[in-house]
Design a protein around this ligand. Structure first.
Ligand code: AMP
Length: 400
C-alpha cells in the first residue's frame, strides 16, 4: 500500500513515500525556503538511486513546491509511480483541530476545525491548511489523512488533562491539556514494545526545536509536558514553555502590546530568549564552552526542566523501565544527555558515560545492570503516520 507522508513547516515541505507495511523509505524529498527565490529542492529515489539537488529555485508558495515534487514523483528517471492512481493515501502530521483529536480524513469540516484553532497553533496550522488545500486541488480524489499530533494523548486520564480552571471553560471551549508530538512518542512506544512486550513504563523525551516529555504505560500516553497549546512544557528553541500566565497581563500594564508579548513567548523565547545567542543548541553549546554565561544558563534551564518532568512522570508511572532520548537534541547532544542522566541515579539510572560519548544513531547509554534502560532512538514520525494510516485502511476505518 503506497502511502505518501508530507511534513509541512512554515518554510519547508518534506515528503517520504512508503510501501506499507514495509517501512523502508522509497522516496524522500524536501523543499526548503518555500516563499523565496533561493529555495533548495532535494529528491532521492532509494529504489533506483536517482538523486538530485536544485538550488536557487523560485518557489513562491506551497503550490509551486508541491507541483515540483509531484513532477519528480512521476518523472521518467526520478519517478517512483507511473500514475497517481498507484498512491493509496497522503498522510499529514497535522497539529490540532477543534474537536478532532485522532486520525481523520481531511474533509472541509476538519479543515474548518483546524482554522478554528489557528490562534492556538499559529506557526503550525496555517501552513498545513494551505498545503492540504493545494494537495486537494491537485489530487481531488485522493484520500488525505490528518494524523493529529494530539491523537496519541487521548488516553491521558482527565484528572491529568483538566486544568484547575472554571469547569465550564473545559466544556464550552475545550480548554484542557491536549499534548503534541504524538507521532514521535507513538513511534518510540512501538519501538519499545518490540523489546519489552506489552507491559512497560517508558518516559520518552522528544527534544528538538520543539520538545516534550511523555509518560507512557504499556504503550499508551498517560501524561505529557505539553498543554493546550505548543507554548507549554520544557523550553523549546524559540518558545518559552511553562510560564506563569500572570506575566501576560503584567507586561500589558508595562506598555507592551499583546503582539509583542506573544512574540516574546513564541518567537523570541526558549533557548534563544535565555541565551541571546541562537535558537540552535549547537551554537549555544559552543558559546557556553567559550564562557558565555547566558548560554550556559540556557542549557541548565533546559536540562533542569527535563529532569523535573522525568521525576514527576517517574512518580506517576510508579517507576521507569525505559528512558528514551530522541529528536535533534536527544539524538545528538552528548552534553544534554549527560547533564540529565547524571542526576537520575535516584531513579534507577546507571548512566554509562563512555556509551553516551560513543553512541551514533541508536544505542544504549545505561550500563547493562541499570534497573532503568536508557536509550537513544532516532524518531521516525513519518513511519509512525504511515503505520497508522495503513492500520486504519486495512481495518476499513478509512477508505481510499
Ligand atoms: P529537530 O527539531 O528534532 O530537527 O531538532 C533540531 C535541533 O537539534 C537543532 O536546532 C539543534 O538545537 C539540535 N541539534 C542537532 N544536532 C545537534 C548536535 N550535534 N548537537 C547538539 N544539538 C543538536
Amino acid at each position: 500500500m503506497l502511502i505518501l507522508v508530507c511534513n509541512v513547516g512554515s518554510t519547508s515541505l518534506k515528503y517520504k513515500l512508503f510501501d506499507m507495511p514495509c517501512t523502508d523509505i522509497l522516496v524522500e524529498a524536501k523543499t526548503e525556503r518555500v516563499g523565496r527565490n533561493d529555495a533548495i529542492f532535494t529528491y532521492r529515489n532509494n529504489q533506483n538511486g536517482f538523486s538530485e539537488k536544485l538550488e536557487g529555485l523560485s518557489v513562491p508558495g506551497y503550490a509551486d513546491g508541491i507541483r515540483l515534487f509531484l513532477r519528480y514523483l512521476l518523472g521518467e528517471k526520478s519517478g517512483a509511480l507511473k500514475s497517481m492512481d498507484e498512491l493509496e493515501a497522503i498522510g499529514f502530521k497535522t497539529v490540532l483541530a477543534k474537536g478532532y483529536y485522532g486520525v481523520h480524513e481531511l474533509t472541509d469540516e476538519v479543515l474548518a476545525a483546524m482554522e478554528a484553532y489557528v490562534t492556538v497553533a499559529p506557526a503550525h496550522n496555517p501552513p498545513y491548511i494551505e498545503a492540504i488545500r493545494v494537495f486537494r486541488s491537485l489530487l481531488p480524489d485522493k484520500l488525505m489523512v490528518g494524523c493529529f499530533e494530539t491523537a496519541f494523548h487521548t488516553t491521558i486520564p482527565l484528572s491529568r488533562r483538566i486544568y484547575a480552571l472554571p469547569y465550564e471553560w473545559y466544556e464550552q471551549y475545550g480548554i484542557c491539556r491536549l499534548g503534541y508530538h504524538g507521532a514521535s512518542h507513538g513511534y518510540i512506544a512501538r519501538q519499545i514494545r518490540k523489546r519489552a512486550g506489552e507491559h512497560f513504563r517508558l518516559i520518552s523525551c522528544h527534544m528538538g526545536g520543539s520538545g516534550s516529555i511523555c509518560a507512557i504505560e504499556d504503550g499508551k500516553s498517560v501524561d505529557t509536558s505539553f498543554g493546550f497549546s505548543l507554548q507549554t512544557g520544557i523550553p523549546h528553541a524559540n518558545r518559552a514553555g511553562d510560564m506563569d500566565a500572570c506575566v501576560i497581563p503584567f507586561l500589558l500594564t508595562q506598555g507592551l502590546t499583546m503582539d509583542q508579548i506573544m512574540e516574546g513567548i513564541g518567537k523570541k523565547g526558549g533557548l534563544l530568549g535565555i541565551s541571546g545567542v541562537s535558537n540552535d543548541l549547537r551554537d549555544i553549546q559552543d558559546a557556553a564552552e567559550n564562557g558565555n554565561e547566558r548560554a550556559a544558563l540556557a542549557i541548565d534551564a533546559f536540562c533542569d526542566s527535563v529532569v523535573k518532568y522525568i521525576g514527576a512522570f517517574y512518580a506517576e508511572l510508579g517507576g521507569m523501565d525505559y528512558l528514551v532520548f530522541t529528536g535533534g537534541i536527544g539524538e545528538n547532544s552528548v552534553l544534554v544527555r549527560e547533564k540529565i542522566c547524571s542526576r537520575l541515579s535516584c531513579l534507577g539510572v546507571k548512566f554509562d558515560r563512555e556509551a553516551n560519548l560513543a553512541v551514533r544513531g541508536e544505542g544504549r547509554i545505561s550500563t547493562s545492570d541499570s534497573p532503568a534502560e536508557v536509550l537513544v532512538l532516532p524518531t521516525n514520525e513519518e513511519v509512525g503516520i504511515a503505520q497508522i494510516i495503513h492500520e486504519k485502511v486495512s481495518a476499513g476505518e478509512l477508505s481510499p
